[in-house]
Design a protein around this ligand. Structure first.
Ligand code: GZL
Length: 325
């Protein structure tokens, strides 16, 4: 018996209201639900334990599910990362996970995937929100709240130094969302603290040895510095080496605070050389693929799938170092 006109209209209205329909209406590429997928993961580089932990988590989850995993490493080059995404588009993967090295240079890669009808999920870092939007140009951003990480680092430091410090800041990769936001979160907090002042700030590109070199130069220029705020643990560990090379005592006459939660950082906390580090959890695998499944099922995925971050200091570093990367 043919459906009544009323039933057809009701069905059409329901379909039009479906999350998938709204995504398509935004021009978002669909993802057909399948038993297994062929996904791309365009990584920024592999020059620090955080990056390696993130890649391991993604690869392990793909293997656990039986999904094909197309991996590229941009070797710290935004331009190469754009080329890597374009190669994944040419290979017609089902979906691309992208950790955009820098906010603006990676926008063209996101838009190229959209034009090619391949959905993108951003992991860990964002692209420039003025040029590309979640729900319209890519599915969603899965990652930490970097502004809050900066705020938490500043809040801990404030208490540790009783509100008085001359701070050297080691910034992350120039133009990356973690560097931009961690700087903002920290600066906004200390703006209200008259005794807390950043005396020098420079990028160490999230790399240990670069962080050491920059710390050496800034300590030379600012021997009166009493605290170091590093945007990641690798640079903080480099700064600790720089302090010791100058005969300074990290954890005693200079307070060090950082972000990530690597094994080296937790060991430095146990050794009394680092005061605290705010976690930036790199283990994206399960959440990334769960989000893929939600999108394929036609669910409305929130524009920011927030990753919760713990806090490590002398009260819990020894207890938690066993699970650190
Ligand atoms: C943060 C991530 C940063 C880490 C660094 O989510 O983008 O990049 O903090 C890593 O260690 O290089």
């Amino acid at each position: 018996m043919p459906m009544s006109r009323r039933s057809l209209l009701t069905l059409a209205a329901a379909a039009a209201a479906s999350p998938l329909a709204s995504a398509l209406a935004q021009g978002m590429p669909p993802l057909q639900r399948k038993a297994n997928y062929r996904v791309g993961f365009a990584q920024t580089e592999s020059n620090n334990p955080w990056r390696i932990a993130q890649t391991d988590s993604m690869r392990s989850e793909a293997q656990r599910r039986g999904d094909a995993f197309v991996y590229t490493d941009a070797a710290a080059s935004a331009a190469k990362q754009v080329a890597d995404v374009n190669s994944m588009i040419a290979q017609r993967v089902d979906l691309i996970f992208l950790a955009p090295r820098e906010e603006r240079p990676l926008v063209p890669a996101v838009m190229a995937a959209k034009r090619a009808g391949i959905p993108v999920i951003l992991l860990d870092r964002r692209v420039d929100g003025a040029q590309a939007q979640p729900g319209r140009d890519y599915v969603t951003f899965i990652g930490s709240d970097f502004i809050d990480q900066g705020r938490r680092a500043a809040e801990w430091l404030d208490g540790a130094v009783n509100g008085s410090a001359r701070i050297i800041e080691l910034q992350g990769t120039t133009g990356s969302s973690p560097a931009n936001d961690r700087r903002k979160g920290f600066a906004d907090y200390i703006a209200a603290k008259s005794g807390m002042r950043i005396v020098a700030s420079q990028s160490g590109d999230f790399v240990r040895d670069r962080g050491r070199q920059v710390a050496e130069a800034l300590l030379q220029a600012h021997p009166d510095a009493t605290a170091i705020y590093a945007h990641n643990d690798e640079m903080a560990v480099g700064a600790i080496a720089a302090l010791e090379a100058r005969g300074r005592r990290p954890g005693q006459d200079v307070t060090v605070v950082s972000i990530d939660g690597t094994r080296s950082a937790l060991q430095a906390i146990i050794d009394g050389k680092m005061g605290a580090t705010v976690e930036s959890n790199p283990r994206f695998g399960p959440k990334a693929f769960e989000t893929l499944d939600r999108y394929a099922a036609g669910e409305t995925v929130e524009h920011w799938v927030k990753v919760p971050d713990r806090f490590f200091d002398r009260n819990n570093a020894a207890q938690l170092i066993g699970d650190a990367y």
